[in-house]
Write a protein that binds this ligand. Structure first.
Ligand code: PLP
Length: 393
């Protein structure tokens, strides 16, 4: 099997699993309990909080554990909107956010909030001047993702952060794809709230965090017990949190080397595809992109068919349909960068890890050349296109 879907999820690292096991088997006590079986869990949570805070330049008490990135996004956007609702009801986000933000904004629109969905350019970049122009006296929240999950484009977060700060507007960033892959500093970048998820960096699924700057007062997400300083009640997922911290330690340790390797592999893959398969285009910014992301549209083919045929050859990747696989809608991200419906449908996202090799990518390129040609040979659109080319010459 060749796994090229690391933006969907990653393999849980062996050192992460090892760190988690004792919290299932021996130290299973409830962290709220007084006896030492419980306090071992509490101690592990506190240590995890310190590790994760350190990784983004935050204070430990600014980290709140959640059940993943979706929950963190929901909390940040809904609670910020509610707590600032008396000052205004205008939110700014972008057309290329993950559905965890977009659908939350749609929910808020039904509750009387007004949302501006900013356009992005052909590479998926937010224009900071357009963002500035969209700010109104009643703007209470800006939510712009750190890096896009489909095309890998990295947004100008530092500039957006200073703009938001200058205007006294809360700034949330969905850093689910960026955290653990590229450096982040919430202080330097003026970030008020940041979402992250463990399973994107070789940690366990169903564990994430929301960073909330200490002077940002937003409501609790889950009401109940006093866990997470009364803001996210419920017995903590101790093994998950311990695994998250182990994944963060690993990510910090290998980040530079991992990014270097992935960039080299990514550029090799993109280069070979661009030079050996005609009628394709790279989606997303060529340089300002996540180290492991290659997203390519192949004209005249269906991404779904391509995925199935790749799967039959043991290659896992993802297509240009909405990230919830099974949906036949073209990706909102690809449409937002200006692709036509049929181009978006013919897109393939390959997201690498440092464990992939050049030999694997050579095999993938071989498969792609063959499959793309086979699908084009069956496509009436391709036939028409070739015929009109022949007629012209
Ligand atoms: N935000 C982005 C940018 C993502 O890529 C994802 C997952 O694909 C999420 C949020 C949701 O994270 P989780 O799967 O942890 O709920």
């Amino acid at each position: 099997m060749i796994y090229l879907d690391n933006a969907a999820t990653t393999r849980t690292a062996p050192e992460v699993v090892e760190a988690m096991i004792p919290y299932f088997t021996e130290m299973y006590g409830n962290p709220s309990a007084i006896y030492s079986l419980g306090s071992a869990g509490k101690k592990a949570i506190n240590e995890a909080r310190r590790t994760i805070a350190g990784a983004v330049g935050a204070k430990p008490e600014e980290i709140y554990f959640t059940a993943g990135g979706t929950e963190a996004d929901n909390w940040a956007v809904k609670a910020a909107a509610e707590s600032r609702g008396a000052e205004g009801k205008h939110i700014i986000t972008t057309k290329i956010e993950h559905h965890a933000v977009l659908h939350t904004c749609a929910y808020l629109e039904k509750k009387g909030y007004e949302v501006t969905y900013l356009d992005v350019d052909g590479d998926g970049l937010v224009d900071v001047r357009a963002l500035k122009a969209a700010i109104r006296p009643d703007t209470i929240l800006i939510s712009v993702m750190f890096a896009n999950n489909e095309i890998g484009t990295i947004e100008p977060i530092r500039e957006i952060g200073s703009l938001a700060r200058e205007h006294g507007i809360l700034f949330h960033t969905d850093a689910v794809q960026a955290f653990g892959q590229i450096p982040i500093d919430v202080e330097e970048m003026n970030i008020d709230m940041l979402s992250a998820s463990a399973h994107k960096l070789n940690g366990p699924k169903g564990t994430g965090m929301l960073y909330i700057r200490s002077d940002v007062k937003i409501r609790s997400f889950v009401h109940g017990g006093a866990q997470e300083r009364n803001r996210r009640a419920g017995t903590e997922n101790v093994p998950g949190i311990v695994g998250f911290a182990a994944a963060v330690r690993r990510a910090q340790r290998i980040m530079e080397e991992k990014a270097r390797k992935e960039r080299e592999l990514r550029d090799y893959l993109i280069g070979r595809i661009e030079s050996e398969i005609p009628y394709c285009r790279l989606n997303g910014h060529r340089e300002k992109r996540l180290p492991g992301n290659a997203n390519i549209s192949f004209r005249f083919i269906e991404g779904e068919s391509l995925l199935i045929m790749l799967d039959m050859r043991g290659v896992c990747a993802s297509s240009g349909s909405a990230c919830t696989s099974g949906s036949l809608d073209p990706s909102h991200v690809l449409l937002a960068i200006g692709l036509k419906h049929e181009e978006a449908h013919g897109s393939l996202r390959m997201t690498l890890s440092e464990e992939n090799t050049k030999e694997e990518l050579d095999q993938v390129v071989g498969h792609l050349k063959e499959i793309v040609q086979r699908l084009r040979d069956m496509s009436p659109l391709y036939e028409d296109f070739m015929k009109s080319r022949r007629d012209r010459t």
